[in-house]
Design a protein around this ligand. Structure first.
Ligand SMILES: Nc1ncnc2c1ncn2[C@@H]1O[C@H](COP(=O)(O)OP(=O)(O)O)[C@@H](O)[C@H]1O
Length: 207
């Protein structure tokens, strides 16, 4: 893709259970913003399909799915949104959650996305994170968060493979947000910043 055609993108970044999905789905309901959660793209694969089997094989033990496979799947999901006209590459801003999850993915995605901000949702309280993940596992029937062992492994993978992504993007694009607070407070902090980046609407330009 032409470099000038890269998707304007805001990244939601943070450990499992840090609230990326909660914030992403709210932000994605704002006109002009489209939320894509990589985990949801995987979970929507049919369990019996070859791709669905690959996903289950890795996610059930809390491991990352291989990079090429992940970025290709993400890319075809995005292409699908564009062809269904749910995403307008010339006007919309992508809100990505759960991808890139390591530096190799960040590199593979550079051709497609222009990262304007990375919101680093950080929760110091590990116990709070464990509680959130277990509650979600019960509600959403998620295999990966059903056992302490798998959760521990997911948190380990985050520290070892995902956290280094923070050094990949320029520091001035990163905003660190404490997610020990309520979702409303976290949202307000993100929105305060998002509005400084929001494109001026055509109506305003005409005024
Ligand atoms: N970008 C990615 N790269 C590799 N694996 C991924 C990626 N996104 C999701 N997965 C797989 O899907 C699982 C669930 O991801 P996700 O729903 O984003 O969980 P959470 O937000 O709780 O971390 C991960 O543990 C991993 O196996």
């Amino acid at each position: 893709m032409d470099a000038a055609m890269r998707f304007k993108t805001l990244l939601l970044f943070g450990a499992p259970g840090s609230g990326k999905g909660t914030q992403g789905s709210i932000l994605g309901s704002i006109p002009g913003y489209v939320h894509v959660a990589c985990g949801d793209v995987f979970r929507n694969l049919r369990v019996g399909s070859p791709l669905g089997k690959v996903f289950l094989e890795y996610s059930s033990r809390g491991a990352l799915v291989p990079d090429d496979f992940t970025v290709q799947l993400w890319r075809s999901h995005i292409d699908g949104l564009v062809s269904l006209q749910k995403l307008d590459p010339t006007a919309d801003t992508l809100i990505l959650d759960g991808i890139p999850r390591n530096v190799a993915q960040a590199r593979l995605m550079d051709d497609y996305i222009d990262v304007e901000r990375l919101y680093y949702l950080n929760c110091e309280d590990r116990q709070k994170v464990m509680t959130r993940l277990k509650r979600r596992a019960l509600h959403e029937n998620r295999l990966d968060d059903a056992s302490d062992k798998v959760i521990e492994h997911r948190l380990y993978v985050y520290e070892a493979e995902t956290a280094p992504v923070l050094n990949y993007y320029p520091a001035e694009k990163i905003r660190r947000i404490d997610t020990g607070r309520t979702p409303v407070e976290v949202l307000a902090t993100i929105l305060d910043d998002v509005r400084t980046l929001a494109p001026v609407s055509q109506d305003e330009e005409l005024m």
